[in-house]
Design a protein around this ligand. Structure first.
Ligand SMILES: C[S@@+](CC[C@H](N)C(=O)[O-])C[C@H]1O[C@@H](n2cnc3c(N)ncnc32)[C@H](O)[C@@H]1O
Length: 156
């Protein structure tokens, strides 16, 4: 993925390979206009610490776009209690991923507790073009969300 980013975005972007379970020490306080965090947060072992780091590096009024697996999609796949926020392993093709289940309230409250105000919550549905490519997946993803995304900004 980083090689792909390097191909597409260099020299406009600075690319840093960093473990997000470790504080973002390479970024000063209030140094960023916005942060996009796509489908990573559920892999982290200390989400509140990561979210407080995102809050720290954003300037006043800075924006935060976050996405994750949808809690009800995970619940439907893994079963058991919706409220059991356990670590799970899931395979996608040849890739195996470990991540932590969380409820919708856990996700939203952790974002709020880090000092963010929610602007939008999105439960994406497939675009119409998918129907022509894969009607079965189109019907499946049109009837239940698989991802959740939100936009928030720094409170105050
Ligand atoms: C589901 S993929 C999402 C990739 C990409 N952001 C996207 O939206 O297509 C999850 C990604 O999280 C990364 N990841 C997992 N734990 C991480 C950590 N502690 N620090 C940084 N990245 C991590 C994995 O390497 C993987 O690339």
């Amino acid at each position: 993925m980083l090689a792909g980013v390097a191909r597409e975005a260099a020299p406009m972007a600075t690319i840093v390979h960093h473990d997000l379970d470790v504080p973002l020490g390479f970024l000063p306080d209030a140094s960023q206009d916005g942060v996009v965090c796509a489908l990573v947060i559920h892999h982290l072992s200390d989400r509140p610490r990561f979210l407080s780091e995102v809050r720290r590096i954003l300037r006043p009024g800075g924006w935060f776009v976050l996405s994750s697996t949808h809690p009800t999609a995970d619940w439907g796949y893994f079963g058991g209690s919706y409220f059991d926020e356990r670590w799970v392993t899931r395979s996608f093709g040849e890739a195996t991923m470990e991540y932590q289940l969380m409820t919708m309230s856990t996700l939203l409250n952790e974002v709020a507790d880090a000092g963010f105000v929610l602007e939008r919550l999105v439960e994406p549905q497939p675009v119409e073009a998918l129907r022509m490519i894969d009607a079965e997946q189109f019907d499946k993803w049109s009837s239940a969300p698989i991802f959740v995304a939100l936009r928030a900004h720094v409170a105050g």
